[in-house]
Design a protein around this ligand. Structure first.
Ligand code: UDX
Ligand code: ADP
Length: 499
């Protein structure tokens, strides 16, 4: 009787190259040979390539290079200017702690280059970290993931490859994308072995380096074939250089792809849930911070992602939920799709509620009033402004003919680009200068520095009555009220001086 098992061995192939082979015994079917990788292929597995030098690719590869000096890591991008910035002191991504890691590895075992074909030829492991934004045209516009960059990459890998490759999906993609990737890769002549794996990134911007160094888990999914499992091991081996074994989870490739979308959907759902309750708090004199604390101490719920806010932003949440809902609809699961879309619906509602709150508090007219936005990034410790609620607020306040002054320690360049079509906005890095002469401050980003400013000085420099709308609930509301501000938090009673 045969038991399923794997024998691993080395033998020369016809050309005399060393082959690292697997021989599989299957019950009943005897001895089955499966594709092998050559010594060259094996050595190439010490060369890692990442296609896409963005928020995910750059920091992730920097951490791999930092923790794995025995690997050579190359990052490529079609955007040559971005590569030039990765090779300069002015990195294209702001992340606390990233500079140090880049300094320690760049030019040693971490390289930023523009020749993508060469990178593909020389590497045995290829991470794909290109962008997969929401489609803006055609079928699924506004919902489905736009896979054009991703597919272009798959074709380029196929064309440039001369030896076996492990291709790892790093970017967030719809479940079952690996199947399409496999089809593209093997559609030429099938002579080269490609193993497609999923290793989704769970890093959050602003804490990327910590998330990469001490991840809650690393998820690696592959086909559950001998080849897939062998390729999976090559990726596990990379992470084992610094991640404890028990935190490295292996799964089938579809679970891995889907888990990324689901993790983001669950996180966003918590924020929409607490934001929905913030509206009820404002009607009932309950206090959202107290409610949040009370429910967060339930160990079944936990305390994270329960901060009410003007709304969630970032490149992932909205995109991934809409994509999840689109996939559900594709399988005829309309009720499930409706459920997840409502998470995005509440987020839109929360932003609109915040804007109407400003309008309402400021006597139903904003025309000619000066409003200062404290923060434009979608969250603190990043210069990223993708899907930032501050953008929606800025556009809507301009529609009401308010004069806007935007300040942010890291995101002003992006703010200028995002709002280039909108007139009447001033950009000012110094918050004191930004607030001078304003009627209101709206706190859009939870930058710590905004909690540490001299608000007596700011109040004295502003028009009266002076308003603060705290879209992040980070300020000392009682203290601001004592200074003279009319204070409007989220999900709490406003503190005003009017009777
Ligand atoms: C998210 C996921 O956290 C990360 O795992 C995934 O890989 C990418 O998407 P990111 O978009 O960088 O990361 O930011 P995150 O920290 O999740 O915050 C998203 C948004 O939610 C921000 O706008 C943030 O301000 C907001 N937020 C977060 C709240 O409004 N309340 C909270 O309690 C937490
Ligand atoms: P993420 O947040 O997922 O990292 P980014 O937009 O920050 O997304 O980064 C994705 C990167 O992928 C961009 O720098 C973009 O230029 C790059 N990119 C897109 N398509 C290709 C491609 N075909 N080849 C190489 N790089 C690409």
């Amino acid at each position: 009787m045969f038991f399923p098992g794997i024998l691993c061995g080395r033998q020369p192939d016809v050309a005399g190259r060393l082959i690292f082979g697997f021989s599989i015994f299957h019950e009943g079917s005897g001895y089955v040979r499966i594709p092998k990788i050559t010594m060259e292929g094996f050595l190439e597995r010490k060369n890692i390539l990442c296609i896409g030098a963005g928020y995910v690719g750059g920091p992730t590869m920097a951490m791999i290079a930092y923790k794995c000096p025995q690997y050579k890591v190359t990052v490529v991008d079609i955007n040559h200017e971005k590569i030039a910035r990765w090779n300069s002191d002015d990195l294209p991504v702001y992340e606390p702690g990233l500079d140090e890691i880049i300094r320690a590895t760049r030019g040693k075992n971490l390289f930023f280059e523009t020749d993508i074909d060469k990178g593909i030829r020389e590497s045995g492991i290829i991470f794909v970290g290109v962008n997969t934004p929401t489609k803006t045209f055609g079928a699924g516009a506004g919902k489905a993931a736009d896979l054009q960059y991703w597919e272009k990459t798959a074709r380029q890998i196929r064309e440039a490859s001369e030896s076996p490759k492990i291709v790892v999906e790093k970017c967030t993609i719809p479940v079952k994308t690996a199947l399409a990737m496999e089809r593209i890769l093997t559609s030429k002549d099938g002579s080269i072995r490609f193993d497609v794996l999923s290793n989704p990134e769970f890093l959050a911007e602003g804490t990327a380096i910590r998330d990469l160094e001490f991840p809650d888990r690393v998820l690696i999914g592959s086909r559950e074939t001998p080849n897939g499992i062998e390729a999976r091991k090559a990726i596990v081996d990379i992470y084992l250089n610094w991640v404890p074994r028990e935190k490295i989870i292996e799964s089938n490739i579809w679970s891995s792809e889907l888990s990324k979308l689901v993790a983001n959907a669950f996180l966003a759902q918590r924020i929409s849930s607490i934001n929905a309750i913030s509206a009820l708090c404002e009607k009932t004199e309950a206090d959202i911070a107290e409610v949040s604390r009370a429910i967060g101490l339930d160990s079944r719920l936990g305390s994270k992602f329960l901060n009410a806010s003007v709304g969630f932003g970032g490149s992932c949440f909205k995109k991934d939920i809409l994509n999840l809902a689109y996939i559900c609809r594709g399988y005829g699961l309309d009720d499930v799709a409706d459920y997840w879309e409502s998470v995005v619906g509440i987020n839109e509602y929360q932003k609109e509620r915040f804007i109407l709150g400003i309008l309402n508090a400021m006597f139903n007219t904003l025309a000619g009033k000066r409003i200062c936005l404290f923060g434009f990034a979608f969250k603190a410790d990043t210069g990223d402004t993708r899907e930032t609620p501050a953008y929606t607020v800025a556009r809507r306040l301009c529609e009401e003919k308010a004069e806007l002054i935007i300040t942010d320690p890291k995101a002003l360049d992006n703010a200028r680009i995002d709002l280039q079509d909108t007139d009447g906005i001033t950009y000012e890095p110094d918050p004191y200068k930004a607030a001078r002469g304003c009627d209101a401050i709206a706190v859009m980003t939870e930058w710590k520095l905004y909690t540490e400013l001299d608000y007596e000085r700011i109040y004295d420099s502003m028009s009266k009555p002076a308003f603060i709308f705290d879209g992040r609930n980070i300020m000392d509301h009682r203290r601001l009220h004592e200074i003279g501000f009319n204070v409007y938090p989220i999900g709490k009673r406003p503190l005003v001086h009017f009777t």
